[in-house]
Design a binder for this molecule. Structure first.
Ligand code: SAM
Length: 235
């Protein structure tokens, strides 16, 4: 559908009818040929604000796109967590030749139940906030805060809401409406919604969990010029 080696429309439909976890297992081998893999034009500027650190965790790491860029910035370990074994298998394969010396660890687990305490200098998460329901956002951010050392940073990319009535606004709300109907009538649910974790709403959420928040705009080239890099530092 997007790329000759990417999933077909039928495969994407089958993914959307499965659970979130199973859906990603199904498209994992072709995932890097979809626009859902976060591109280097976003990852580069995001990781560029980090400098050198001992350790980093990427939450919902998928096929390891962010881990690959993070690894040269880490002196000890770079860890990815994801609940799809298929995506983790792809990550293992694709990270085999990733630049850098830091130990690479892949953990199968739920982003809402992060099994880490006080151990990372950096946590990142990209392309995954749409999988966190609004009622789970506090649990998600609390787990990230717990995983970080004091002074550690949660670094991610978001944007402001699209202008009401714009093409992006209609497309996002239209997609969300379809997913709400799908999830009301079909089980298991496939959790995927747009317009989540947006700036400035996410500011209050982060402050509630003990973060000081700074943002950098204009770091990403077109067509990602609206991207905002958020740097949330654990107090
Ligand atoms: C769109 S992909 C993004 C992957 C990668 N971060 C990237 O940007 O290329 C979303 C990933 O989030 C994972 N995911 C979704 N909900 C999750 C959860 N509750 N716990 C762990 N992983 C989750 C999926 O398995 C999938 O690998």
């Amino acid at each position: 559908m997007f790329h000759p080696d990417g999933p077909t429309f039928l495969e994407l439909m089958k993914q959307a009818l499965a659970s979130t976890e199973r859906g990603y297992d199904m498209i994992a081998p072709k995932f890097d040929h979809t626009p859902f893999r976060t591109p280097g034009e976003v990852l580069g500027p995001m990781v560029g604000v980090i400098g050198e650190v001992r350790s980093a965790l990427d939450v919902c790491c998928g096929t390891g796109a962010a881990m690959r860029v993070l690894r040269p910035h880490c002196t000890e370990r770079v860890v990815g967590i994801d609940f799809s074994q298929g995506m983790l298998d792809e990550a293992r394969r694709r990270l085999a030749d990733a630049p850098g010396d830091a130990r690479v660890e892949l953990v199968r687990g739920d982003a809402l139940e992060l099994p880490f305490d006080d151990e990372f200098d950096i946590v990142t998460s990209v392309g995954a906030f749409g999988h966190v329901l609004p009622e789970d956002e506090d649990r998600f951010v609390a787990g990230i805060a717990r995983a970080l050392v004091t002074g550690g940073r949660f670094v991610f990319v978001t944007a402001e809401a699209p202008t009401v009535g714009s093409r992006g606004w209609w497309m996002s709300h239209g997609f969300n409406a379809v997913m709400r109907v799908r999830n009301a009538v079909l089980s298991p649910q496939f959790i995927m919604y747009y317009l989540t974790f947006l700036w400035p709403d996410v500011h209050a959420l982060l402050e509630r969990h003990g973060f000081d928040v700074a943002v950098k705009r204009g770091l990403c080239p077109a067509p990602y010029g609206r991207a905002i890099v958020v740097i949330a530092t654990k107090r």
